[in-house]
Design a protein around this ligand. Structure first.
Ligand SMILES: Cc1ncc(C[n+]2csc(CCOP(=O)(O)OP(=O)(O)O)c2C)c(N)n1
Ligand SMILES: [Mg+2]
Length: 440
């Protein structure tokens, strides 16, 4: 009599089967006929082959597309949301393009230190986020402003963070585009790639433990999926059953590295399948497909109390960031082709709405509002220095921190003529004179 499945794995069984027992979950039970035929746990294979066969490719995961280049829906597909909601989604995409352009220009003028645009990925972002519930917690990477805006993140929130103004909940500690919003269930963006992915797995697990009908939703680029953190995050989610949506924005590049140099498998979606997770690949420039796929992923996630992977195929039209020059590693024509009306997510949905005779004269108005908000921002004070530098790390700051704080105050007082403090909000800990300015 054989004693365990481990023992079975290392010995070939005689045909016709034997009386065998397996220890599972602490109790011994008889092997089923199927287990005797194929005793190896954790593989899908049901048959043996008799010649060496190596597997590397298969037919590939298809791409869900429901809105054609000409802005018509594929036969049999209906708009999954009310038309007014579609107009609101279009307006959000348009606002995103306008804000991006203005913030990018402002960085070029030297008024902020850094910026990252979302161009090319508007439909992937807005379409997927519109399919979520506000109670779902978002764990973003950094190129997801459209997701945030759909939830209610405002132009003022953007300006406050990018300029480190006193309205920034991050207290001016982070570089631009590192947004956060407790109210909107958006976890703080952090630069080290993929660190948000395991956090989302943990959050989705907590939702399942609490039997709460919400998901954790993490967005990440295909480049971030090469980080070590991705693997335990996705395997934990699969094995421990965490209510997490893993939404990959596959935009073709990790800074200057094209996907052809990042991996040679079938994109990122195949990794979801490898971990036994419900997985779908979508044309991310199709807002309808992005919405439908995410909606269904969310439904499955809650029904099965298990994760889902959604790979949104798109293209990063802009430079990686304001610190990058994409013309050094790709042809300008390529990005231009992706901006053609049918190709781009914004343009393709615009065609659809024009077919529905919707009026979309919005861009000019949005631009005016954005310029106005930035002008207002220019008059606002920066976050108080003390709060940003010395608070929120320790419940009770230790003596070293207090000593450093005292040194800083002394330094600023001694050299008051060297620093322009008039732009900073004074704090209770350091109420320096608001009009202290460097002497000319
Ligand atoms: C751990 C880590 N390694 C490297 C970097 C530098 N880095 C910043 S963004 C980036 C590319 C990420 O590409 P992807 O995840 O595809 O996102 P995309 O920028 O395309 O939206 C790299 C390598 C980083 N921030 N963190
Ligand atoms: Mg990328």
């Amino acid at each position: 009599m054989l004693q365990s499945s481990r023992f079975l794995c290392s010995h070939s069984l005689p045909p016709g089967g034997v009386t065998a027992w397996v220890r599972r979950f602490g109790s011994r039970r008889k092997l089923t006929a199927e287990e005797i035929e194929m005793p190896f746990a954790g593989v899908l294979a049901k048959q043996y082959v008799h010649r060496p066969e190596f597997k590397k490719t298969y037919e590939g995961i298809p791409i869900l597309r429901q809105l054609e280049y000409d802005g018509t829906l594929v036969d049999g597909i209906e708009l999954p949301f009310p038309l007014e909601e579609g107009v609101a989604m279009y307006q959000t995409m348009l606002k995103l393009t306008v804000y991006d352009q203005i913030m990018y220009d402002i960085q070029r003028q030297g008024r902020i230190s850094f910026y990252m645009t979302n161009s090319g990925e508007e439909a992937a972002q807005v379409g997927s986020s519109a399919a979520l519930d506000l109670g779902d917690v978002i764990f973003p990477q950094y190129r997801e402003l459209g997701v945030l805006m759909w939830r209610g993140f405002t132009l003022q929130d953007i300006v406050d963070q990018c300029f480190s103004l006193k309205g920034d909940p991050g207290k001016g500690r982070q570089m631009p585009v590192h947004y956060t919003s407790k109210k909107l269930n958006i976890q703080t963006i952090s630069s080290p790639l993929a660190t948000q992915i395991p956090h989302a797995t943990g959050c989705g697990y907590a939702f399942r433990m609490r039997r709460q009908k919400n998901c954790a939703v993490t967005y990440f680029g295909e480049g971030a999926a090469s980080e070590g953190d991705f693997i335990p995050a996705i395997n934990f989610a699969a094995t421990l059953k965490s209510q997490t949506l893993f939404i990959c924005r596959n935009n073709g590049f990790a800074i200057s590295t094209p996907v052809s140099e990042q991996y040679i498998g079938d994109g990122i979606a195949v990794r979801g399948i490898a971990y036994g997770i419900n997985t779908i690949r979508v044309d991310g420039n199709d807002i309808v497909a992005s919405y439908n796929a995410t909606k269904e992923a969310r439904r499955l996630c809650l029904e099965e109390e298990a994760p889902c992977v959604v790979e949104l195929m798109t293209y990063r039209v802009g430079h990686h960031s304001t610190s990058d020059d994409a013309s050094r590693y790709r042809q300008d024509e390529e990005a231009k082709a992706w901006q053609e009306e049918g190709m781009s997510g914004v343009g393709r949905f615009k065609r659809f709405l024009i077919n529905q005779e919707q009026d979309m004269k919005l861009a000019q108005e949005t631009k005016k509002q954005a310029i106005q908000a930035i002008r207002e921002g220019d008059k606002e004070k920066y976050c108080p220095i003390d709060e940003g530098l010395f608070e929120d790390v320790y419940d009770t700051p230790d003596w070293r921190l207090r000593e450093q704080q005292a040194h800083l105050h002394k330094h600023l007082e001694t050299h008051a003529d060297k620093y322009d403090m008039s732009r900073y909000e004074p704090s209770a800990a350091f109420p320096f004179p608001a009009d202290s300015k460097p002497k000319k």
